[in-house]
Design a protein around this ligand. Sequence first.
Ligand code: GDP
Ligand code: MG
Ligand code: ZN
Length: 327
Amino acid sequence: MGREERKLRKYFEERAKRERRLARKYSQTKQFSNDDQAGCEALVASVGPGCCEIEVAGQGRCLCRCSLDIAPGDRVVFAADRRKIVRVLPRRTVLSRPDPHNSRIERLIAANIDVVVVVVSVKSPPLRPGLIDRYLIAIERSGAGPLICVNKVDLSSECPEVEVYRQIGIPVLRCSATTGEGLEELVNALAGKMCVLAGHSGVGKSSLLNALAPGLGLATSTVSDAHNKGRHTTTAASLHRLANGAVIIDTPGIREFGLWQVTADELGNYFPEIRILASRCNFRDCRHTQEPSCAVKDGVESGEIASHRYAAYLRILECVSRESPIY
Ligand SMILES: Nc1nc2c(ncn2[C@@H]2O[C@H](COP(=O)(O)OP(=O)(O)O)[C@@H](O)[C@H]2O)c(=O)[nH]1
Ligand SMILES: [Mg+2]
Ligand SMILES: [Zn+2]
């Protein structure tokens, strides 16, 4: 048997195994009542290849088939008789990014969210302000609000870098999933809202959710010492409910975060501190690079705009001008 043939055979064996597993799961889930045959409304809790888990009000969760592009948090119409999602209801907000392997494909992360909690740690893994800057742009575009959550404060209490974000009006909370410090403030900030936990792998997203919802038992990882990088323990985004009405979507960690369809012209609008000063630039379409009488560059010189944020703006501007998806 040739190598190609062996590969193909393995692929079909694995596919058949997966289908058998899914069929077993379907047969184990309970039957849902669906009085009007047009379908009933449901909330998407997690998404897998060709299927998803949905939550039907008052009836619990079940697995069903889906060929539509959906994300946790989506509201969908589900045909119980066929166990299939037939329609996605209009989204209030959507957080997405380009597929890391093909930047022309949009990957949805979560839908209908009110708050994106950008979880970061200072020491292990180390803080990456560049990743926060990119998340903040994606959040501005999503329609949701941002919240920066500095976790693992038991390891390092100092983090002057995040003060920059507080100064531009972004709420910043400090907490520790291990000691419980700051968790009450975090849970109060999320009450009644649909939220997504985003951020680099290993920063403690799943640990935070476990601490907020005891009994959930989400898998967490250890940060590998060799690279101080988190391992990907959470493999798919999933939705969980807290007692105070908060609905929280845990996401797999990411190492790089590209931006979906941001243009050079609009980029400045996604930096709140640049947006404010830009109205005073000499040119209405000022890109704040070489132009004379640029209020943004003056702002950088006077310290009104943090130099690392301006540097992030310039770096991303160069990439979007070249249409490079990873910044
Ligand atoms: N010291 C300390 N370790 C934490 C804290 N939160 C999480 N961790 C550890 O960090 C590692 C990664 O956590 P995990 O929740 O899997 O991160 P995720 O990839 O962002 O979901 C685990 O070993 C956790 O025990 C914290 O507040 N303090
Ligand atoms: Mg995780
Ligand atoms: Zn300017």
